[in-house]
Unconditional design. Structure first.
Ligand SMILES: C[S@@+](CC[C@H](N)C(=O)[O-])C[C@H]1O[C@@H](n2cnc3c(N)ncnc32)[C@H](O)[C@@H]1O
Length: 276
């Protein structure tokens, strides 16, 4: 029997580990052999669990962020973190300052030079303040570094993606490819609207988020959202007001930009109907 992971082997913001047990129960209603398509695969956790639970199913993992590459680099990541752990002789959660900081940065630079790739997401969770992420060395160099390095290696997980059909493209393309498979179940866990998406590749605005709803209609799905997005409230409201359409469709618009300080601003908008 293969090992089933209930959390992703490497850090991933937004992974659904807290749903793992309930998700396993939900999967039981589908027969083994059902096709599952994980449109927003992220860490691959939902795909991995689906394949463990339904070994005869085709499970498509859309690895949009290149999590695979992070898993492949795990031995290098562990080696880098082991070197940093030995070097950083200050208590955990304290800032890494001065000459020690320079040594840490040059160690990372050397690993990047030697290996051509660094898993900056895992590295960020080891030496940046909680929830801060850098995507490259230049980003790291601007930040205060902290000793958040795990005391042990990340475990090797060579079989984590075993048996999955892996793609890496926009969810709409994946949806088009699989939408006509009989009984297909879409796993739909889009980026949250109002949370920090720094480690993902793109910024999601409301219309992107609403577009996802079009793939749900007429298909079986398991959908994840958060109360921060208010999407359920919006859908319930639309269900009650089916014929309203867009009340602003024929309006004129006037924007007013307000600056609160040097990096915070917002736009007030006036919309008005035209008599003509
Ligand atoms: C909330 S996360 C999914 C987490 C995943 N279910 C897990 O348990 O790890 C949303 C993912 O969608 C990805 N994403 C963003 N835009 C996308 C797009 N246009 N097509 C497919 N995936 C996209 C993000 O990069 C992120 O990995």
């Amino acid at each position: 029997m293969r090992k089933q992971y209930l959390s992703a082997p490497l850090p991933f913001q937004g992974q659904k580990r807290m749903f793992a047990k309930e998700y396993i129960k939900v999967l039981q209603q589908f027969p083994d052999g059902t096709t599952f398509v994980d449109l927003f695969g992220g860490s691959g956790l939902l795909s991995h669990i689906a394949k463990c639970q339904k070994p005869n199913s085709t499970v498509v993992y859309n690895d949009y962020d290149g999590y695979r590459q992070r898993l492949e680099a795990l031995p290098v990541t562990n080696a880098l973190l082991a070197d940093l752990r030995a070097m950083v002789d200050i208590p955990r959660h304290r800032p890494i300052l001065g000459e020690l900081r320079e040594r840490v940065l040059s160690c990372i630079r050397k690993y990047e030079c030697d290996n051509g790739y660094i898993d900056y997401v895992t590295l960020s969770s080891s030496i940046l303040f909680s929830m801060k992420y850098a995507n490259e060395l230049a980003d790291l160099e601007k930040e205060t570094l902290y000793n958040n390095i795990k005391t042990t290696d990340y475990p090797q997980c060579p079989d984590y993606l075993d048996g999955l059909t892996i793609t890496s493209c926009d969810y709409r393309e994946v949806f088009e490819r699989y939408k006509d498979i009989p009984g297909v179940v879409f796993l739909v866990d889009p980026p949250y609207l109002s949370t920090d998406n720094k480690t993902y590749k793109m910024y999601w605005k409301l219309s992107d988020y609403l577009d996802v709803l079009t793939v749900l209609a007429g298909h079986r799905f398991i959908y994840f959202t958060s109360n921060k997005s208010s999407i359920l409230e919006l859908c319930e409201w639309m269900g009650r007001n089916k014929n309203i359409g867009n009340p602003f469709a024929k309006c004129s618009r006037c924007d007013f930009n307000a600056h609160m300080n040097y990096n915070a601003s917002y736009t007030d908008i006036m919309l008005y109907t035209n008599t003509a």
